[in-house]
Design a protein around this ligand. Structure first.
Ligand SMILES: Nc1ncnc2c1ncn2[C@@H]1O[C@H](COP(=O)(O)OP(=O)(O)O)[C@@H](O)[C@H]1O
Length: 285
């Protein structure tokens, strides 16, 4: 599938994002329908950042949004902004919101729009001050209301919806480990699901940490079986409609992950018309 090109405009919607949230004008305009095919032509060159990329990653907990968004962020030289990370940073900072957030996250519930937009606006403002152009959002928008707020302040070019079967998602979340020193993400789950009733089998090798990280691994407090099941339920109830929101606008790229990173990454690049981009980029590096 082809990917996209859009006009190069500066990320300048920080205050509009917060204002849009506060505005009572939400839902007052029918959103524009855009069924034009995607064409992704990111800027190439070592000294230039990509201003064309205004992408969103959707997908259930554990699907790999962070992994692939962060790889694309390095490849395309645009910031990867994960609202889950912003929430965890706020928690770790023991700031005024941290006890409220801690309860919500521990139960697998969504943080209020007000808090999440506040955190996202601050992150975007910091990026703007550094001259960031473009972005890859991961974990936002997660509700129709958030999608409408975002649509009111900026044009999203492409929404990549990563998909895996639900039993794989649960195993992946339970196997997820983070190094509390270097921040690296690993996974100890070894997934081997046989083909069944026309659905293809899926094999994912564990992503094991280097020796230095082994004694520093931690598990996220919300990666327990009960909380992952609740997060999946909430995704189906509140975030699944966001897929439809972008599908109706012709912006949704559905991507069924065929396996682990070695099988999926080249296929994702191909789906985005970026395989050639990676070759040239690596050759130039
Ligand atoms: N856009 C958002 N709206 C509301 N809450 C959010 C949002 N993004 C992150 N959160 C909160 O942060 C938690 C962790 O998010 P994330 O790391 O994206 O988890 P997941 O693995 O479930 O996709 C969520 O369960 C939720 O409490």
């Amino acid at each position: 599938m082809a990917a996209i090109t859009r006009r190069a405009t500066r990320v300048s919607f920080v205050s509009s994002l917060a204002r849009r949230y506060l505005s009572s004008e939400l839902n007052s305009h029918a959103p524009p329908h855009n069924s034009a095919p995607f064409r992704v032509v990111p800027t190439r060159g070592d000294d230039q950042k990509n201003s064309h990329v205004r992408w969103v990653f959707l997908g259930c907990p554990g699907v790999g949004k962070g992994t692939y968004a962060s790889r694309l962020s390095s490849l395309l030289r645009v910031p990867h902004i994960a609202t889950g990370d912003l929430v965890r940073e706020e928690l770790a900072s023991s700031g005024p919101l941290s006890s409220e957030l801690s309860e919500i996250v521990k139960q697998g519930q969504l943080v209020s729009d007000e808090i999440i937009i506040n955190l996202l606006s601050k992150r975007l403002a910091a990026g703007e001050a550094k001259g960031d152009l473009g972005f890859i959002l991961d974990g936002f928008p997660r509700t129709i209301k958030q999608a409408e707020i975002l649509e009111g302040v900026t044009d999203i070019d492409l929404v990549i919806n990563l998909r895996l079967p639900e039993n794989v998602l649960l195993e992946k979340c339970l196997g997820r480990r983070i190094c509390n020193q270097c921040g690296g993400n690993f996974n100890v789950a070894s997934i081997d699901i046989k083909a069944d009733n026309g659905s293809p089998g899926i094999v994912m090798a564990p992503l094991l940490p280097p020796t230095d990280c082994i004694t520093k691994l931690i598990t996220r407090s919300d990666d327990t079986e009960a909380v992952v099941k609740e997060r999946l339920r909430i995704y189906n109830e509140l975030s699944r409609p966001v897929e439809e929101f972008y599908r109706n606008r012709g912006k949704l790229l559905e991507f069924n992950l065929p396996g682990g990173i070695p099988e999926s990454w080249p296929k994702l690049l191909h789906a985005l018309n970026l395989d050639d981009y990676e070759d040239k980029h690596s050759a130039a590096a």
